[in-house]
Write a protein that binds this ligand. Structure first.
Ligand code: ZN
Ligand code: ZN
Length: 200
């Protein structure tokens, strides 16, 4: 009988320090066995603070070009209770076969049970080719996320993945004069090109 291991799964915080994260999230991290961050911080300060907890694993995102680029790998694999878990930000995986196949292809050397990814700011949980693909959304509620979310992955005899909504909605200052479909398109293009656009 395996002990239950609870993993907080964060992504796209676009934050530079723990105290920039939502308080409810910081509280929740204290009770976790592991904390995973899937990239797009805003400075290495947050990485260093998370490392000090002694239970942190993380990868870098497309916005992590400065000090974080040398602090964190692009992808990583952790093993928990005999399950293989791949960590990847996920940018550049959609082409040419679509995001889900692209993610699985990144770990083709060894079969993963779970792949944790971020980048889209859209929380999702889906089994594809017998692999659980789990995106916790953006803990900062960055567009196009409508809410601030993170994930809890629980690994015992079975694997469970839950999305947690953090009350308070997102903090992105939208420019309401621009129609939402256009804002969405601009942001998706910007993510794919690795550019962060504010105030749109
Ligand atoms: Zn992001
Ligand atoms: Zn990204």
């Amino acid at each position: 009988m395996n002990n239950l291991v609870r993993i907080a799964v964060l992504s796209d915080t676009h934050a530079g320090k723990v105290n920039e994260l939502p308080l409810a999230l910081v509280d929740a991290l204290i009770g976790m066995d592991m904390v995973v961050h899937l990239g797009d911080y805003s400075s290495g300060g947050l990485v260093n603070e998370l490392k000090k907890t002694g239970k942190f694993r993380g990868v870098r995102g497309n916005h992590d070009l400065g000090d974080i680029h040398t602090m964190l790998p692009k992808k990583d694999v952790v093993e928990v209770n005999g399950r293989r878990i791949g960590l990847l930000h996920g940018h550049g995986c959609s082409f040419p076969r679509g995001l889900h196949k692209g993610l699985i292809a990144q770990f083709k050397e060894e079969k993963m049970d779970v792949i944790l990814f971020g980048h889209t700011h859209i929380a999702s949980s889906k089994v594809v080719e017998d692999v659980l693909l789990f995106n916790p959304g953006s803990a900062a509620g960055r567009f196009p996320a409508r809410n601030r979310t993170y994930g809890i992955l629980t690994i015992g005899e079975t694997v469970n993945a839950d999305i947690v909504n953090i009350a308070g909605g997102h903090h992105w200052a939208h420019n309401a004069s621009i129609p939402e479909p256009i804002r969405y398109l601009v942001h998706r293009m910007a993510y794919d090109w690795g550019i962060l656009i504010k105030n749109i």
